[in-house]
Ligand binder design. Structure first.
Ligand SMILES: *Cc1c(COP(=O)(O)O)cnc(C)c1O
Length: 421
């Protein structure tokens, strides 16, 4: 469910017309719906009801400060994968006591900063990282609250590039070594063992692989407790999928929560959830203007003012976003277009043979479900300014990321002195 719909043939975000937003803020443009963010957070929180749980929103899905502040105000925690994300989350009002630090490659500086902040949990993914964390914590006279991310050897994920839970992937510690690594963790001076962590992939629409992974985790928790390893938390990661096209029906948050309750049974444990896409995906659209329609060799190309630098998912994961005309006219013929950007790369294509109501130069189109892994992955390839982001709340709209000027884009670059004298 989201709050993007047509009113009198014009696509709206809540009470704001997308045509007006594009006129005011320019294109390409990300547009986010506050009501949708709130709704997704609440649906998930409600689904877990009385279960002791922390929703640690996965900041990497959409880390805009306006978005983080919206979620902070609802009581969200944060799952971060870098010191930069931790900095953002805390600036946006998420307390360190609700922050979980994930990722395979935490640097010593990142670990130190997170210990100083006093975060809730480190999700550790290797023995060398475990030693490093203990050493730094001990040198600061503290203990790091720890979960080990286990690799449950389960394949999942909507695309090979977003599957993380099989043996070939770099993520987590080996399943058969988990118990001995927990024993090691118990013996280290700078570690306080708290939980078990798992995250098997993203855009998972069928609960079967998740269930398989969580069952393994629950049995591991029981074994660890019988070994006197004091596990009080399970971090189940993120990964719940969303509908990208009309008619898709991925597992719902309620079904997800019910499956988890069923797997936990009578196990008394605090849950940590790290949803990203499920919160942000359908809370944003990406709006672009048609520059040209070019017909050549029997193909019809719609060349947009947006490129793969603005929305990378199609180039990176062969993802297809549903595309809608901002002004819909049911009388227009539907024609197949290759939807492309202006960048000098053949992967700069959003869709091939995509059926769309006839569009012309100057028309606006909207990529749906662009709220997660959209703006966060944007970059300045071809020296194209990172585009604007707007947050809508009812009939209000705010520019929550301003594109840089050309001067700002080159401000941190330096021509060496030997070339200037
Ligand atoms: C990316 C990631 C998430 C969020 O995944 P979604 O599919 O967006 O829910 C959660 N936890 C970890 C460790 C991640 O890397």
């Amino acid at each position: 469910m989201h709050h993007f719909e047509y009113r009198d043939g014009v696509l709206h975000c809540e009470d704001m017309s997308v045509t007006d937003l594009a006129a005011r803020f320019g294109t390409p443009l990300y547009v986010y719906s506050t009501a949708t963010f709130r709704r997704h957070f609440k649906v998930l929180a409600d689904a877990f009801g009385s279960q002791r749980s922390l929703i640690a929103y996965s900041v990497k899905a959409n880390s805009n400060m306006g978005v983080l502040a919206t979620l902070a105000a609802m009581g969200s925690g944060a799952d971060v994968v870098s010191a930069g994300e931790m900095f953002r989350a805390m600036k946006a009002g998420i307390p360190a006591s609700k922050i979980v630090f994930s990722g395979v490659g935490k640097s010593a500086e990142e670990i130190k900063a997170a210990l100083e902040a006093g975060i809730y949990q480190f999700n550790v993914e290797s023995v060398p990282e475990l030693y490093r964390l203990s050493e730094i914590a001990a040198s600061m006279d503290t203990k790091a609250p720890l979960a080990l991310r286990v690799n449950p050897h389960v394949s999942a994920g909507g695309h090979a590039h977003i599957s993380t839970g099989a043996a070939e992937h770099k993520f987590g510690i080996a399943w058969h070594e988990a118990k001995s690594i927990y024993e090691l963790a118990m013996s280290l001076p700078g570690i306080e063992v708290k939980g078990v962590d798992v995250h098997i992939g993203s855009q998972i629409t069928d609960l079967t692989p998740m269930r398989a992974a969580f069952e393994k985790v629950v049995s591991l928790v029981r074994e660890l407790r019988s070994m006197n390893v004091p596990i009080t938390r399970i971090d189940l990661g993120g990964g719940l999928g969303i509908p990208y096209r009309e008619g898709e029906t991925p597992a719902s948050p309620a079904q997800y929560a019910e499956m988890i309750r069923d797997v936990l049974g009578d196990l008394d444990v605090e849950l940590i959830l790290e949803p990203g896409r499920m919160i942000a995906g359908n809370a944003g659209i990406f709006v672009s203007k048609v520059e040209y329609i070019k017909e050549r060799d029997g193909r019809r190309f719609a060349i947009l003012d947006a490129g793969m630098n603005d929305l990378m998912r199609p180039a990176l994961y062969q993802a297809v976003h549903e595309l809608k005309p901002v002004i819909s006219n049911d009388d227009s013929p539907v024609i197949d277009y290759d939807i492309v950007g202006p960048i000098c790369e053949s992967t700069d294509r959003f869709a091939k043979d995509y059926p769309l109501q006839e569009i012309h130069s100057g028309d606006l189109v909207a990529f749906m479900s662009a709220g997660a892994y959209g703006a966060v992955m944007s970059n300045q390839y071809n020296t194209r300014p990172i585009c604007a982001e707007v947050l809508v709340d009812g009939d209000k709209a705010a520019l929550v990321r301003k594109p840089p000027t050309f001067d700002e884009m080159i401000a941190n670059e330096v021509v060496p002195e030997w070339l200037t004298t």
